[in-house]
Design a protein around this ligand. Sequence first.
Ligand code: MV4
Length: 501
Amino acid sequence: MFNKILVANRGEIALRVIRAAHELGVKAVAVYSEADRLAPHVLAADEAYLIGPPPSAQSYLRADVLIDVAKRCGAEAIHPGYGFLSERAPFIQAVRDAGLVFIGPSPDAVTAMGDKTAARARMIDAGVPVVPGTKEALRDAAEARTVAGEVGYPVLLKAAAGGGGKGMRVVMTEDEIERAFESAGNEAQAAFGDRSVYIEKYLVGPRHIEIQLLADRHGNTLHLGERECSIQRRHQKLIEEAPSAVLTPDERRAMGEMAVAAARAVNYEGAGTVECLYQDGEFYFLEMNTRIQVEHPVTELVTGVDLVQWQIRIAAGEAIPFTQDEITWEGHAIECRITSEDPANSFLPSTGRIGNLTLPSGPGVRWDGGIATGVEVGLFYDPMLAKLIVHGPTRLEAIDRMKRALLELRVEGVDTSVPFHLRVMDEADFRAGRLDIRYLENHEAELLGASVDEELIRAAALAAALLEEERRTQRSVSRPQASTSASGGSAWRNRAGWSRG
Ligand code: MV4
């Protein structure tokens, strides 16, 4: 096992990796930008190094600086988290060239999956089902017209270098195909410096279901089941769960075996995810994410497998000691991404200094956060502040547990997505498991309007504050120490002091 690793990330995922390292007896080194001097990941690490000004291009994306820090502090490996440098093959190669271990897959595997047409071709060769369409990029608009005619409308044009929806165009009828080919190409060129696009049959209203994988360098490639990720807005997931409400054990096995075949086809190592579209019992490979994903905790809660620990163990050369048959799924887990965005205002990013923070806890509740009181939330980084994850015996119990936890959570100082999540937990289609990738668009009116829930939260918070205040006064009469140990003046601080006393 390593003695020390460098965590090349920030926020909740940096903390998550630091925690996994510490549980393995590994020292964790943080890096931070000038905007993150007071960030929780800096405090949690054994050492921390300033790497540059707030913009990511001058800090968290500085491959050279990160490798230099790792070498100087004596770290043997680098964990990239997600985003930033996590899926950049040249960075992985540079880490290796510096004599360090990249905690993740090989640069070849990342490159193979990064080019979407190349990945599709490889998957077809490996017998993995893909959506009907072209194996290669289209040469010109005329070819687009021919192929679209063969595949049958509606079709979807996708950027070969893409992913995440950029350079994508739905084409409903033949008269739109040439214009769409040009505009998809232009967008792909602007976003990825590569105008290649290809065609797939457009599926209307599928679910987005993905399979978690773990692979070591001793020939073990296992799947840990699926996550249902259909609740998203503009390709940003908002709520994820495991297992999916619809998969049968046979479908889970089939999808898992498909994902394992996909990983084996690129000699995959580490934790990875195969994203699929699922409709009417059929599933199709979409792309593979060659990193740990934001939503990994729901899989951890239902399988009991610590994915981040295994990333580190696998990178250190360990073999996975359990078999596919030993992976079992228990109960139901749900994750809500808590973002600094105002759902009542089209998810407008909200900025400010985090004030009082009351975190949910109790049975089946997990908080993977990257914020603390006093931390400034700006616009330099992703608006995701934290993830609230719950686990319960059944899906409905998990939903009601999530409601309870969301009502316990109080984040002062910025607007958050919490009111949105509360509404989803009460929404009939969600509760019935009737989900597809159009869920949010189809429920916009109920989920994003003027906020009744906020009133409820405020009323509940006020009631709780009054109750705490009353308890505090009573307690200070019977046990005077209690009131002096509670340092701040607010009822919320006293609440923490009380629960610990
Ligand atoms: C599709 C599709 C329908 N049919 N492909 C969106 C991002 C990229 N990763 C793939 N995406 C899609 N590909 C075919 N042939 C619909 C989407 C899609 C989507 C997929 C997953 C999650 C959310 C989505 C939202 C809109 C469209």
